[in-house]
Write a protein that binds this ligand. Structure first.
Ligand code: NAD
Length: 280
């Protein structure tokens, strides 16, 4: 460690004095990351499509609220006016948006017994579900990053963290989705297609803004446990080098690290948090 790093110690991981906006803040991962970033000292802007009261109560369930001010904003990321209003409210409240964590997305659930392509099979996958995922996962990401980038350019600094998926890097092994009782299921193409663009979109924005004080990276989570059926956890364990799913809290460190000055020389990178899934 350099003398400078030794002097500052773990302060380089602190988010004190930074304002952080999290989209998808009411979700499985978003509620955990929002609480972790607040605990690391950030002023939090919590964004989701739910009402502000619902977003706040999800946050309160995970956080003791003692760490700093929060602002909850109901936003539809597919609507550019709604997104612009989000950015304006956040900047007015905290003076800047120092960190964006963009998690909001659709990861369509599928029902083993449902007909009409809802089993996820490519040859019958419905066009309306495909378009809905493009709208939220691709256009929503464009709307949010464009609006926040404009704000960060005014500030002459900023830090954007996007959320990819294992299926941004590799195709699904559909044996994972084989239940012992139900019809065979597969991971639907809309999710894989709309998550595949994230790492290269990250590189596009990172190089575009590298000289303007704005860093852009993405995190690749995988298999975050959420009351999954036992058969799914067993399938997952057999395919995973670490032999288990992750808890949402195991993503806190990687997101806080990227949001903090500890990662100041990182931009354009994909931080993989998958228990080794893509390592073999
Ligand atoms: N859970 C996993 O195992 C996993 C694995 C890899 C990647 N990811 C990625 O992590 C991110 C978060 O996943 P999660 O599991 O917490 O999902 P989640 O469904 O629990 O949360 C997503 C949140 O996004 C919000 N949202 C959806 N559409 C919106 C819209 N139009 N406007 C505003 N908000 C909207 C939802 O209300 C929800 O709160 C996603 O980008 C997902 O692709 C998750």
């Amino acid at each position: 460690m350099s003398p400078e790093t030794t002097k500052r110690g773990l302060d380089i991981f602190s988010l004190k004095g930074k304002s952080a906006l999290v989209t998808g803040a009411a979700g499985l991962i978003g509620s955990e990351i929002s609480a972790a970033m607040s605990a690391a000292g950030a002023n939090m802007v919590l964004v989701d499509q739910l009402s502000a009261d619902e977003i706040s109560s999800k946050f309160a369930a995970k956080s003791d609220n003692s760490n700093g001010p929060t602002l909850a904003i109901s936003t539809d990321i597919t609507n550019p006016e709604s997104v612009e209003s989000m950015t304006t409210q956040a900047a007015e409240r905290f003076g800047s948006v120092d960190v964006l964590v963009h998690l909001a997305a659709i990861d369509a659930k599928f029902d083993a017994d449902a007909p009409d392509g809802a089993d996820g099979r490519f040859e019958t996958f419905p066009l309306d579900l495909w378009k809905r995922s493009i709208d939220v996962n691709v256009t929503g990401t464009f709307n949010v990053t464009q609006s926040i980038a404009r704000q960060m350019l005014k500030q002459k600094s900023g830090n954007i963290i996007l959320t990819a998926s294992t299926y941004s890097l590799v195709g699904p092994n559909n044996d994972l989705y084989n239940s012992p009782t139900g019809n065979p299921m597969v991971k639907p193409v809309d999710y894989v297609a709309t998550k595949s663009f994230i790492p290269n979109y990250t590189r596009y924005l990172a190089t575009h803004y590298a000289k303007q004080g704005i860093r852009v990276n993405c995190v690749t989570p995988h298999g975050v446990e959420n009351d999954n059926p036992e058969w799914f956890k067993e399938n997952f364990a057999k395919m995973s080098p670490m032999g288990r799913m992750s808890s949402a809290s195991e993503l806190s460190g990687p997101f806080v690290f990227l949001a903090s000055d500890a990662s100041s020389y990182m931009t354009g990178s994909t931080l993989v948090v998958d228990g080794g899934w893509t390592a073999w």
